[in-house]
Design a protein. Structure first.
Length: 102
């Protein structure tokens, strides 16, 4: 594990929705939307792995958020060396107040 990679650390600071041998999905502590994180410290997963992770992320959105549509944002702004992607509400960026209460 590279030194000081918070995605490799995988601290459970927010609710986690999913985890397997490839990735984990949790609510982003900064933007309050679900994000998927590849368990390998690498910015470029193979396309089939990326597609599978994004499909899982979409499943979490549909089950746990009130998004009227969403898009996958994999512009890795603050942690560019470890693949992760956020599901963001259509027309927006943050997810404040969009978690389902049921």
């Amino acid at each position: 594990m590279p030194e000081a990679c918070e995605l490799c650390e995988a601290a459970r600071l927010t609710e986690w929705f999913y985890e397997d041998d490839i990735c984990w999905i949790a609510e982003c502590e900064q933007c309050y939307v679900p994000m998927v994180v590849w368990k390998q410290h690498d910015p470029a997963p193979p396309q089939d792995v990326r597609d599978a992770m994004c499909e899982l992320l979409g499943s979490v959105v549909r089950a746990s958020y009130r998004f009227d549509g969403f898009y996958i944002d994999d512009n890795m702004r603050s942690i560019p060396h470890h693949y992760h992607a956020h599901a963001r509400p259509r027309g927006g960026f943050f997810g404040h107040g969009l978690r389902r209460s049921d």
